[in-house]
Design a protein around this ligand. Structure first.
Ligand code: TYD
Ligand code: MG
Length: 457
């Protein structure tokens, strides 16, 4: 092994520096540089001097784009919400990172996935670095899956794990979590960037070589980043995040990177006494219970992945005691809220100055679609004027900086879902008029949409 050399590694972005500094020049975060000794990873290129050796080694064979075999075969685990987010099942030999806050239910989900996969005849191993075997067993029996033929181990040494995985032929292996592993080849603390990077690298290499599908659990820091290295995100084929708001039983599995499928699918689960339950039709879930909508509440007809989902957006506008009024938003983008408020103020002449504004997406869902603009704007205006929106209406549409209401994707699917759930009209962009299954109030500009408040039924 080459002589170990001291380097300073940023614990936030993984950038290496030769000297210590207060601020990382890569991600600009403060006090994140930690000294770690670095030695070249096994198998990395050593300088070659002899030209004859170089010509012998550097043989690169090009291939054609036209692949001889078809799309990768997928292993279906039987947990449909999970399979769909993976792109229709797990691809053999792929490496997946599952990230999420502590306690959100990552271990519960993966135990359920492995148990179902094992019952379907796949050879699976669950290696826990965080919990003792008894704890995992206890959870399995509470979830009613203790009879599944899963190979269970509690281990944190990378060398031991690699040896065990090489001895047998596994289809699917879970490592819970990557931050608890340590490699004796690296002189750094457990959970540090160097350790995590080296362990993930070795595991991904083995996954590719032996065609083992590998799911690595990664913790998320307070700031919402996958603790330590973003580098792990680059190494794996798919990054899934498991999200949920505290106090809500709903958990959402979302793909943020997937080399084998789309990234906009979500899987919805409900955490209960017997583990996670799949929610195949999430629409009704994010709507409040009461039929009578009060002021400040609007129902957005959204699309999550391939499925339409109806969500309640709630707004509150209150006089502010502060010099700079509060703008608080849960489940939506705060920049987007600022934009909508600016459009309402400058294009529609509504005054939000001197008022605190709160916007909340019910049920703990996070909305990323610009199609929610109109629903958010209507909720805000409804709260400001203290007038409820027309009953049984769903709202969708994007708002431009000029205040124009624009068409969005899959409008017919959104309205059909609303019809199924008992809604009888929509407030929407002009283009929604075609093929509408019910009455649609269309508006080309946000100013005109204000007249929706006069349509009381
Ligand atoms: P866990 O899977 O341990 O979270 P993570 O691995 O992401 O840290 O989930 C822990 C939480 O899930 C804990 O707060 C209890 C809750 N839970 C249930 O509500 N019901 C159950 O059946 C199980 C197994 C866990
Ligand atoms: Mg866990």
């Amino acid at each position: 092994m080459s002589k170990a050399q001291a380097v300073f590694v940023c614990q936030s972005c993984g950038m290496t520096h030769t000297k210590w500094a207060g601020q990382c020049s890569g991600c600009l975060s403060w006090n994140t540089l930690v000294q770690e000794s670095f030695s070249a990873p096994p198998g990395s290129l050593k300088p070659e001097t002899s030209p004859s050796k170089i010509s012998r080694l550097s043989k690169l064979n090009f291939e054609t784009l036209d692949a001889p075999d078809e799309a990768p075969q997928r292993m279906v685990t039987g947990i449909e919400e999970f399979d769909r987010v993976c792109g229709g099942g797990i691809v053999p030999g792929s490496a997946i990172l599952l990230a999420g806050d502590p306690g959100v239910g990552k271990s519960t989900l993966l135990l359920q996935v492995t148990a179902h996969a094992a019952l379907r005849g796949l050879k699976v191993a669950y290696i826990s670095g965080e919990e003792a075997v008894e704890q995992v067993r206890g959870r399995a029996s509470r979830m009613g899956v203790s009879k599944a033929p899963v190979d269970l181990a509690a281990e944190t040494s990378l060398r031991t794990i690699l040896d065990a995985l090489k001895r047998d032929t596994y289809d699917l292996v879970i490592i819970d979590s990557i931050q608890t592993l340590w490699s004796d080849a690296i002189d750094a603390a457990q959970g540090s960037v160097s350790q995590v990077r080296a362990c993930a690298g070795e595991l991904v290499r083995l996954a590719k070589k032996n065609r083992i599908a590998m799911i690595l659990v990664g913790h998320v820091t307070k700031e919402g980043q996958i603790a330590g290295p973003r580098v792990v995100e680059h190494m794996v084929d798919a990054v899934l995040s498991f999200e949920g708001e505290r106090g809500y039983p709903f958990r959402i599995l979302r793909g943020s990177k997937n080399r084998f499928g789309a990234t906009d699918e979500i899987g919805v689960f409900e955490m209960g006494d017997g583990g996670l339950r799949e929610v195949p039709n999430p629409s009704a879930l994010f709507l409040g219970d009461n039929d009578e909508r009060s002021s400040g509440s609007a129902v957005f007809a959204g699309i999550e992945g391939s499925r339409p989902v109806l969500v309640e957006i709630q707004a509150l506008v209150a006089p502010s005691a502060l010099g700079t009024p509060r703008r608080a938003v849960v489940g939506w983008d705060s920049g987007r809220l600022a934009m909508i408020l600016a459009v309402l103020e400058s294009r529609c002449g509504l005054g939000f100055g001197g008022k605190d504004v709160y916007l909340n997406v019910a049920g703990g869902l996070k909305i990323n679609e610009p199609a929610a603009d109109l629903a958010a704007a209507m909720a805000l205006v409804s709260a400001l004027l203290d007038r409820p929106l027309p009953k049984a209406s769903v709202i969708f549409g994007e708002i431009s900086l000029s205040g124009e209401v624009r068409g969005v994707s899959r409008m017919e699917a959104r309205m059909k879902e609303a019809l199924k759930l008992g809604f009888s009209n929509a407030i929407a962009p002009v283009a929604a008029q075609d093929n509408a299954p019910f009455e649609v109030k269309t508006y080309s500009h946000l100013v005109n949409a204000m007249s929706a408040f006069d349509l009381q039924s």
